[in-house]
Design a protein. Structure first.
Length: 201
């Protein structure tokens, strides 16, 4: 990546708003606020406060890096929507980083290893990295893994934001699809039981 590149990264896939700025020389600044609700209202103001505190403007950004999950269904959609909107408005690229990529990068474990993310109902999301790496899976939390495990829940929100920034910056030079929420199970919300309204001609 060019030495003058500046990346904004953020993640709301768990009970936090986490954001980081990454300079080309790998200098970091981060801001984290724990929260189970309210990310939609707080994420952009928090990013603006972080950037203003370090004299960075949106025009200075080379790219946007965003955590895409799996994790909190609504939180992921908030972050991905903001990343795509900012990228479109600024004319820069938005790069998605899965929680598995973030935990694998931050944990710096030898390969092969498993990256694990807590899931509801006593399960975990899991992906194997390294030799014979594979697709992401939804497994019972008591499953036996054939290599060391790294857990997303063991990372601080600050570490998550940094990992999203670093992995996104590494991806920046190659072709990448637009970020999209990375779900491994459906939403817990049930569809409405009332019949839909009739649209009159």
């Amino acid at each position: 990546m060019p030495p003058e590149a500046v990346f904004l990264a953020f993640d709301t896939s768990a009970a936090h708003c986490a954001a980081a700025l990454l300079w080309g020389d790998h200098s970091f600044v981060t801001r984290v606020e724990p929260m189970a609700k309210g990310q939609a209202e707080r994420l952009l103001p928090m990013i603006e406060e972080l950037m203003a505190a370090h004299a960075v403007t949106f025009a200075d950004l080379s790219g946007i890096c965003v955590g895409t999950g799996p994790g909190n269904f609504t939180g992921i959609r908030i972050a991905v929507s903001l990343a795509r909107g900012l990228a479109l408005g600024l004319g820069v690229r938005a790069i998605g980083v899965t929680g598995f990529e973030a935990v694998s990068h931050a944990g710096a474990a030898p390969c092969p290893h498993w990256a694990l993310i807590d899931a509801p109902r006593g399960q975990v999301y899991a992906q194997r990295f390294g030799q014979a790496g594979g697709a992401a899976l939804l497994l019972d939390a008591a499953a036996i893994f054939d290599a060391p495990t790294l857990r997303f829940s063991d990372l601080t929100a600050d570490q998550i934001a940094r990992a999203v920034a670093e992995v996104g910056a590494q991806k920046w030079s190659g072709p990448q699809p637009r970020p999209a929420p990375f779900y491994l199970r459906g939403a817990d919300a049930a569809p409405p039981s009332d019949p839909p309204p009739v649209i009159l001609p």
